[in-house]
Design a binder for this molecule. Structure first.
Ligand code: FES
Length: 104
C-alpha cells in the first residue's frame, strides 16, 4: 500500500520509537500507539477487505464493530483499534501479501 498516510502524528513526537513490520517493510510507531494508529500513521489504509479488496480504516474506533481486524504475519488476527503496538509486531494488510503467505 504505497500512499500517503491517513493520519499525521502531531503529538508525542518525542515518544519512544516502537519498531514494527507492515507487509514486509520495517516501520516505526510510538510507545502508546494502538496498532491502528501506528499503521495509519505510515499507510493510507488499515487493510484491504479479504472479500472485495476495498480499503478499510476502521469504523467505530472503540472495539465494537470489528472493521479493524488485521492479520499478523503469524496468522493471528488482532483488533487494531484496541490492541497496543508492541515492538516486533508484524502485520499483513494487503490481499496480495496474504495470498503469497497462504492466508487468503
Ligand atoms: S474500528 Fe471498530 S472494532 Fe476497531
Amino acid at each position: 500500500m504505497s500512499m500517503n498516510p491517513l493520519l499525521r502524528r502531531r503529538y508525542r513526537l518525542d515518544e519512544t520509537p516502537v519498531p514494527f513490520v507492515l507487509n514486509g517493510v520495517a516501520e516505526t510507531g510510538r510507545r502508546g500507539d494502538t496498532v491502528l494508529t501506528a499503521i495509519l500513521s505510515v499507510s493510507g489504509s488499515l487493510r484491504q477487505s479479504e472479500f472485495t479488496g476495498e480499503k478499510r480504516a476502521g469504523f467505530c474506533l472503540i472495539g465494537a464493530c470489528q472493521d479493524c481486524y488485521v492479520m499478523m504475519a503469524d496468522g493471528r488476527r488482532v483488533r487494531a483499534c484496541s490492541t497496543a503496538l508492541l515492538p516486533g509486531m508484524a502485520f499483513i494488510t494487503d490481499v496480495g501479501a496474504m495470498a503469497e503467505i497462504g492466508h487468503e
